[in-house]
Ligand binder design. Structure first.
Ligand SMILES: [Zn+2]
Ligand SMILES: [Zn+2]
Length: 180
């Protein structure tokens, strides 16, 4: 799983630039007003074939402003969220970036007083920055690349912040009800 081609841009100005260029590409390929002729329809059809699944467009959610990853089996690019949610649903949990055992430890640390203090009277959440999830993974000495990959899996199962990992994603990640 670690050897897939991923293009992630973190700098917000570069993201804007990239998304702007993709927008230009869309405008060029799919002009809003053009005269419908047999020929132009044929061109549009061809453009769709080129565009959909290219690095500019996710064929699953249609977004043009996401970081992308290449699915070599299909020969198409997908956004990370779609790619991993499709993959998570089709992958044997034994092949995930963290082992079952590591996931169990991770969830326990995340739920503990070090993390979200789940079930404590003052529980907390680091939001979509995944402050406590990242801290737990750091404690476990999981590399940043693997963390990134694992958190996309968490999102794929409805864990869009620290506490949602515990509430939504945990049973899917574990394959059973969590015990914290
Ligand atoms: Zn997508
Ligand atoms: Zn939360």
């Amino acid at each position: 799983m670690r050897h897939e081609r991923t293009v992630i841009i973190k700098d917000s100005r570069l993201r804007k630039l990239r998304d702007g260029l993709r927008g230009l590409y869309v405008d060029h390929f799919f002009p809003v007003n053009f005269n419908v002729t047999d020929e132009s329809e044929e061109i549009l059809k061809n453009n769709s074939k080129i565009f959909i699944g290219s690095i500019c467009n996710c064929p699953s959610c249609n977004s043009i402003n996401r970081d992308m990853i290449y699915n070599k089996h299909e020969g198409k690019w997908y956004c990370l969220d779609c790619y991993y949610s499709i993959k998570a649903r089709n992958t044997n949990p034994a092949d995930w970036s963290l082992s079952r055992k590591e996931i169990r430890i991770f969830l326990r640390v995340l739920a503990s007083p070090e993390g979200c203090q789940y079930n404590g009277h003052e529980w907390r959440c680091g939001g979509k920055e995944f402050t406590y999830a990242s801290r737990a993974l750091d404690l476990m000495e999981i590399s940043k690349d693997t963390q990134e990959e694992f958190l996309v899996f968490c999102r794929a199962f409805g864990g869009h912040c620290d506490c949602e990992i515990l509430m939504n994603a945990a049973p899917f990640l574990l394959g059973e009800e969590p015990s914290y």
